[in-house]
Design a protein around this ligand. Sequence first.
Ligand code: GDP
Length: 366
Amino acid sequence: MAVFCTGCGVKLQSENPEQPGYVPASAMEREQVICKRCFRIKHYNDLTPVPMDKNDFLQILHRIGETKTLVVKIVDLFDFNGSWLPGLMRFVNFNPVLLVANKTDLFPHVNWGRIEQWVRLQAKQGGLKPVDVVFCSGEKGTGIKTLMEAIEKHRQGGDVYVVGATNVGKSTIINQMLKHAGAEETAPLLTTSRFPGTTLDMIKIPLDDGQALYDTPGVINEHQMAHYISHEELKVILPTKPVKPKIYQLHSAQTLFFGGLARLDFNAGERQSFVCYMSNELLVHRTKLEKADQLYVQHLGEMLTPPGKKSLQEWKELEPHQFSIGEEPVDIVFSGLGWVAVKGTGAHLTAYAPEGVGVYVRPSLI
Ligand code: GDP
């Protein structure tokens, strides 16, 4: 008989530790079994990426487009661009989308009205006109009630599909909603059910009126820094507390290093402030542009860390991205690491990150 993970709903197996749903055979005998990935997340707060068959996910997306449902799309506000899932909108068809911006607790004091405008504008540019935007912190439980009310209002008696990239906080939010709805933690309301026609599994949560909320599998965000460093190092760069912006007044021909993971050169432009929104644990190092290359070679893995010794064995060179900034303030975003806000005024910058990590420029968020 097939057994399913009570954490994420995936079908459990004991054959291949590299594939989703792995548990050691001995653990299969227990009553409530969770897969290796859920176990690591639960006990070590460890995010193990799981390979996913894209075709399976496409089938799920097609199904969303074919039925009348409310799509709840969750993004990580701290990695907005990286967690956006641009391909999704093609499949949603004409179904309403409720946009949820999670992890608000990581932000310093900000003007949320302005941030909401920013999110709506970014959504529009990404081809999405959400029926509503809800801000929440799955971790702290703030905004959950508003989210539940918005879901109830917009689903109009229909099913709900929750979608999002991995690590946006989908499971955390769903568990918060279950708590609010009165589900006991010891006897979770989650009923796991396989999705017909696919090998992937979704969690189905029955709603009062016979409809259901489906938790779809997360799509792996391939452009994140997370894929290039170890799990221990990841803890340094993933913020858990409100981020304290670090401000640097830079002249042209100066460079900032973010650990050894990323680098920003101020090639030309007026003296101005560079405001870094990144994990408080990540060390920022300022140097002269002319010394930067040598510094990197000499101190990578020591003063400039992470990466640490282990990740260095497979470390690739940082890849440059050139930006010429106009008059408007912008953020230079390093996907999964954070961003640096610059005033603009015609600055020329070069941003470096490991090959494959998304580096973008966007209108200032804060
Ligand atoms: P999922 O892959 O989308 O289901 O994401 P999870 O719910 O497993 O969360 C991924 C990581 O983000 C975990 O380390 C969570 O503790 C963290 N997380 C989730 N929600 C929040 C939040 O609101 N704020 C913060 N700071 N972290 C969060």
